[in-house]
Design a protein around this ligand. Structure first.
Ligand code: BV8
Ligand code: ZN
Length: 245
């Protein structure tokens, strides 16, 4: 991690009236949550389209629930890492800081971030496919093949599957932030999944500086004012330390 790049990123964030942050699966990697597309990613032995789509659920709800129960069990056993904690610190250090995540693991909230904009839902939410029944699987453990206590239909995980539109309030809030921020910190995303991946482009087109935190380069690297090449759990605490110095 290049110290001059960290210093430049800290200066951009310090000078910003409004900074926002977009995170992807990479920010949770050091917590032990596999990323989607990296070599040990969840989808290497599954095709995403087979598991995280409404069609897959309608075709075989048991198989999709098996995947999501495993996903919940794994996420339930991990803790936020220093990268999540550093982002929660930035919310307190900077005048205005909004966090947008593609992740469904709830680890930003567990680390103390507030007002987190969850673009793809949350793995602990559970909805009925037929009526308005909802529940929080953290508070109310579910059977392997959960059905609605009110109408008997299947329950589903409260995550946004491929081919499903994002929660309109979350998407609007994220788009508003992208169009009005001075700086966007982009952490741990391969910038493949739309419409989330367009947010940094929108921010850049509206004059914001992009800071990318990722051990690899991505399609966003070309528009980044600063690329901090390294894991979020090391880079983000260094950045937060610089900001609070
Ligand atoms: C939509 C919830 C309108 C599930 C997820 C055909 C039909 C239908 C739609 C499409 C289509 N073709 C394209 C689309 C659009 C589609 C899409 O974008 N597809 C992609 C694959 C091309 N999008 C959608 O369907 C969205 N809805 O468009 O609605 C619509 C409706 C109908 C028809 C058309 C359009 C819905 C997308 C939401 C899908 N749900 N998650 C679940 O989680 O179980 S997406 C899933 O991918 C996760 O949320 C994840 O966060 C997200 C993005 O991935 P990343 O976070 O970037 O993770 P990834 O593994 O890819 O990268 C990790 C990065 O971290 C890497 O860069 C790595 O280098 C880095 N890293 C690794 N270690 C570290 C690190 N960085 C920092 N520190 C480290 N230690
Ligand atoms: Zn119901």
């Amino acid at each position: 991690m290049d110290e001059t790049h960290v210093a430049k990123a800290a200066e951009l964030l310090r000078d910003a009236e409004f900074a926002c942050c977009l995170t992807g699966a990479g920010v949770s990697a050091e917590s032990g949550v596999p990323t989607f597309r990296d070599l040990d990613g969840l989808w290497q032995d599954h095709r995403a389209e087979e598991l995280v789509t409404i069609e897959a659920f309608q075709a075989d709800p048991r198989r999709v629930w098996k995947f999501h129960h495993g996903w919940r069990e794994l996420i339930g056993s991990v803790e936020p890492n220093p990268g999540h904690v550093a982002l929660a610190r930035m919310e307190k250090i900077l005048p205005r800081f909004e966090l947008i995540t593609q992740n469904v693991d709830g680890l930003h909230q567990a680390a103390g971030s507030s007002g987190v904009i969850e673009l793809h839902g949350n793995i602990w939410d559970t909805w009925c496919v037929n009526c308005r029944y909802q529940c929080d699987a953290k508070l109310q453990p579910l059977s392997d093949e959960p059905h609605c206590p009110q109408c008997g239909a299947w329950l589903r995980p409260g995550v946004i599957w491929f081919g499903e539109t994002l929660p309109i309030d979350a998407l609007r809030a994220a788009q508003r932030a992208a169009l009005s921020c001075d700086v966007m910190l982009v952490v741990g995303t391969s910038a493949v999944v739309q419409p989330a991946a367009s947010l940094p482009e929108w921010a850049c087109q509206h004059g914001a500086s992009i800071i990318e935190v990722n051990p690899e380069s991505t399609p966003l690297s070309r528009i980044a004012a600063v690329c901090l090449s390294g894991p979020g759990a090391h880079v983000l605490p260094a950045l937060a330390d610089k900001l609070s110095a």
